[in-house]
Design a protein around this ligand. Structure first.
Ligand code: PXP
Length: 238
């Protein structure tokens, strides 16, 4: 299983003072040197953390794979087509939310998303759809041409009882199996941390996990290089 790291919160901290530190470009480099196989950033409509300049600089400096997380809005799609990340992960976005709150409603937005996927493919950008672990949504993702799904693990991560967590884990496992059987690449993410990652890391049908908050937070105490290596060991079942 591969580990992709979301560096948004390095930019959140930088923006708190309006200066240049800490530098998300430097953070991405450290993550890659520590073994991350992808760098993820979310260019939000309100630019609360990652900015347009960050995205263009990351495009020039990331050596592994740049995964641009983005709302499927005309403005951000135009930027993505220009930046040409290796992967665009389409997510729902509401201005007031603290973080992405759920998977895409691929059923309601089916034809719009299909058009965006076609535009991305015309520029050789692979597309991942961030979806809840619902079989119908995974089937629609395949039908409209997605290359990957990213299974939303938020319900699993936020489960408050062991029983609920087990049930959510089974939903993620089944969703991953379905995605694989349809020929999709399968990523997973949201709310994963050093405690809850092992059962997800054991799901062979998941190709990659995307983790941000837990790693950047842990890095405050142990440094980014070590925070990445510790997570990588868990993701690789060591
Ligand atoms: N995947 C997606 C689609 C997300 O929106 C986020 C949050 O930005 C993540 C993964 C990473 O989540 P976390 O920061 O909770 O690890």
């Amino acid at each position: 299983m591969r580990l992709a790291i979301n560096i948004d919160h390095v930019a959140t901290l930088r923006n708190a003072r309006g200066g240049k530190e800490p530098n998300p470009i430097e953070a991405a480099k450290i993550c890659e040197e520590a073994g991350a196989e992808g760098i993820v950033c979310h260019l939000r409509e309100d630019r609360r953390h990652i900015t347009d300049d960050d995205v263009y600089l990351l495009r020039r400096t990331v050596r592994t794979k740049l995964d641009l997380e983005m709302a499927a809005t005309d403005e951000i799609v135009r930027i993505a087509l220009d930046v040409k990340p290796e992967l665009a992960t389409l997510v729902p976005e509401r201005r007031q939310e603290l973080t992405t709150e759920g998977g895409l409603d691929v059923k309601a937005r089916r034809s719009y998303l299909a058009d965006v996927i076609k535009e991305m493919h015309a520029k050789n950008i692979a597309v991942s759809l961030f979806v809840n672990p619902l079989p119908e949504h995974i089937e629609i993702s395949k039908e409209i041409g997605a290359d990957f799904i990213e299974i939303h693990t938020g319900e699993y991560a936020e489960a408050t009882t062991e029983k609920q967590q087990r049930e959510e884990l089974v939903r993620v496992q089944r969703a991953a199996r379905l995605g694989k059987s349809l020929g999709l690449g399968v990523n997973a993410g949201h709310g994963l941390n050093y405690i809850n990652i092992p059962p997800i890391a054991a799901i062979g049908d998941i190709d990659e996990v995307s983790i941000g908050h837990a790693i950047i937070s842990h890095a405050m105490f142990v440094g980014l290089d070590r925070a990445v290596r510790e997570m990588l060991d868990l993701v690789q079942g060591k």
